[in-house]
Design a protein around this ligand. Sequence first.
Ligand code: HEC
Ligand code: HEC
Ligand code: HEC
Ligand code: HEC
Ligand code: HEC
Ligand code: HEC
Ligand code: HEC
Ligand code: HEC
Ligand code: HEC
Length: 424
Amino acid sequence: MLVASYKNCLMPLSIMLSLWLLNTHPSPAQEKRQLPEGDQCIICHQEEEMLPADFNENDIHFQQGLSCAGCHGGDATQDDPDESMAAEAGFVGVPSKAQIPQFCGKCHSDINFMRAYQPRIATDQASQFYTSVHGKKLQQGDPKVADCSSCHTAHAILPAKDPRSSVYALNVPATCQKCHGDEDYMQDYGIPTTQYDEFAESVHGKALLENKDTGAPACNDCHGNHGAIPPGVASISHVCGTCHVNNMQYFAATKMAQEFEKEEIHGCEECHGNHAVQKTFDDMVGVGDKSVCTNCHGEGDEGYEAAKQIRLNLANLVAAYDSAAAKQMEVQRVGMDDVDIGFLLQESHQSLIQARTLAHTFDPVQVGGKTDEGIEKAREAHALALREIKDSKIRRLGFGVAALFATILAVALFFKIREIEKKR
Ligand code: HEC
Ligand code: HEC
Ligand code: HEC
Ligand code: HEC
Ligand code: HEC
Ligand code: HEC
Ligand code: HEC
Ligand code: HEC
Ligand code: HEC
């Protein structure tokens, strides 16, 4: 009662509060944002209809009160073009492509300047950039690689977390695709131009682009935002391992992983690919046509035998699980209690999931230990299901006997009544 009336008086209050909040703190989407006031660069370029083609007033810099002069230099308080755009006032005009990293880095590499705006923002973009293929080639004078504005734009820069930003997770693949998917543009380099198309069809791409799951990797999660492009042989497992932690740890502990590294074979990529990573299935391990193991292992060697045994372990668990699951359906059909059976099956399934990850130890003993646990749970579930089905039969028999007894009683009663009536 007390709670209910308390809620009743809170309701209008909370509506008023949210209306007030809406009025004073509109969300970014609703906000009609302002350009820096009295800024002569903007005023004149707007009047002259000379704003750059990609100009967007939501750009974070304009919204933080930074003028055109913040980037291009010059004096934003002067309305005379000769004074405002004078070299003496620091005007640099349009930067060349090679100048852009320092152009942006003027502020973004200055920790004291940036801290005044955002205490936690990183200030290593330019230095990281010069470690990447893009940055190195830009320094060598390659005009086609990405500079800061290729990925961020020059006049429509939004924070990475803003869904409208060119570097928002869901938009990153399209931003890279502009160049990397363009055969003509990339023809001098002799590298594939299919990364986007393959990615879009992969488990990762579908999760990101179709299901909007920002937990799935975009290009930059594997390649880095500014540096570390592309990941080297030794670091590929680490790249994948930032999300698939157990797979990485199991694999890293194997002799196979050490051998891969020596021979410069690319860890996870060798079995899963990089851009076209597909959903996995049990037949990938084993010695059948779809097995990846037989690419390198032949009959008789340790890897071949291990593959066969791991496949068998998995198959045994799947069979035990399926047969218990079928019995669970029967239990449901006869209307008996299947809750505990459900729990056991869940545990069994959990073991199956873990066994598939443990397959990355490539050790039949470890996988077998896990599949045995799962088989045990499936057997318990199976036994419980059989018991429930038996109980239901006994119960049905019990009902039958009771019904028969009741009928006999009714008939006997009927004759008894007739007899009494006849006597009367
Ligand atoms: C009174 C008008 C006026 C003002 C004020 C003004 N500009 Fe300009 N700006 C122009 C015109 C007109 C041009 C094109 C002709 C030219 O290149 O001089 C131009 C050109 C530019 C260019 C391109 C230069 C190039 O080399 O192609 C940049 C960049 C620029 N302005 C930035 C600024 C900045 C930054 C400020 C403020 C510090 C500013 N402008 C102030 C009128 C103005
Ligand atoms: C965040 C930094 C930044 C700010 C702020 C900025 N610019 Fe630029 N601008 C650049 C870069 C980088 C280039 C060169 C790359 C390009 O052309 O895309 C450029 C190019 C230009 C050009 C030549 C190319 C074109 O698109 O016409 C003009 C003109 C220009 N800017 C004017 C302005 C004016 C006017 C403002 C203020 C309204 C402004 N800029 C604000 C970074 C900036
Ligand atoms: C190859 C594309 C690419 C290039 C080139 C690039 N960036 Fe970025 N940048 C990104 C991506 C992608 C993100 C962030 C994604 C995220 O955090 O989700 C980002 C994030 C940022 C951020 C936000 C803070 C942070 O570090 O995460 C700043 C600031 C930034 N970049 C500035 C720059 C500057 C300055 C340059 C040039 C020296 C540059 N970027 C070059 C793609 C690029
Ligand atoms: C005059 C200094 C200055 C220059 C030059 C400058 N920036 Fe910025 N930039 C800032 C400030 C300040 C912020 C806002 C930080 C905040 O409050 O979010 C910012 C924000 C950003 C962000 C959003 C960061 C985030 O929160 O995700 C990106 C991306 C970015 N800048 C890229 C660039 C690029 C690319 C260039 C060059 C074309 C550039 N900046 C040039 C000062 C500058
Ligand atoms: C302005 C066009 C452009 C954009 C945008 C761009 N790149 Fe590049 N990138 C290039 C060019 C050109 C090269 C040089 C190719 C080479 O040397 O093999 C390159 C090189 C690379 C390489 C190294 C390839 C190799 O040879 O091993 C990787 C990885 C890469 N880019 C990833 C990305 C990612 C990820 C993005 C988006 C976040 C991106 N690029 C955005 C043009 C671009
Ligand atoms: C799941 C991680 C992952 C994702 C996501 C990813 N890449 Fe890659 N990419 C790799 C690996 C691993 C390599 C191979 C590196 C090597 O072999 O040295 C690679 C190689 C490349 C190369 C070099 C040329 C080639 O094809 O081998 C380019 C360019 C590239 N990626 C661009 C992209 C672009 C663009 C996207 C987004 C559409 C993307 N990548 C998404 C992991 C990834
Ligand atoms: C940013 C995190 C992240 C990174 C980095 C990443 N993945 Fe994934 N991966 C995911 C997510 C999330 C899913 C699940 C997608 C879905 O199905 O919804 C997934 C799914 C998978 C699957 C399919 C699993 C299944 O159930 O069959 C494989 C295989 C895989 N990733 C391998 C890789 C490899 C190999 C790399 C490195 C080249 C990698 N991943 C890098 C997050 C990541
Ligand atoms: C790209 C080639 C390649 C593929 C694919 C491959 N292996 Fe291997 N494997 C090797 C190499 C190289 C070694 C180390 C040399 C050796 O001991 O024979 C090895 C060793 C092994 C070993 C014994 C040493 C140890 O403890 O790591 C087992 C077990 C094994 N692999 C199982 C598998 C299974 C199971 C698969 C399939 C899921 C598989 N391998 C796929 C190349 C491969
Ligand atoms: C020698 C081949 C091989 C290598 C190397 C390999 N995998 Fe796998 N991976 C497999 C096989 C086979 C399966 C399917 C197991 C199953 O479903 O029974 C699998 C399944 C997976 C799955 C789905 C099952 C799960 O664990 O969720 C993911 C994710 C995965 N691998 C990620 C990775 C990552 C990350 C790496 C690198 C650290 C890697 N794999 C290295 C062969 C390999």
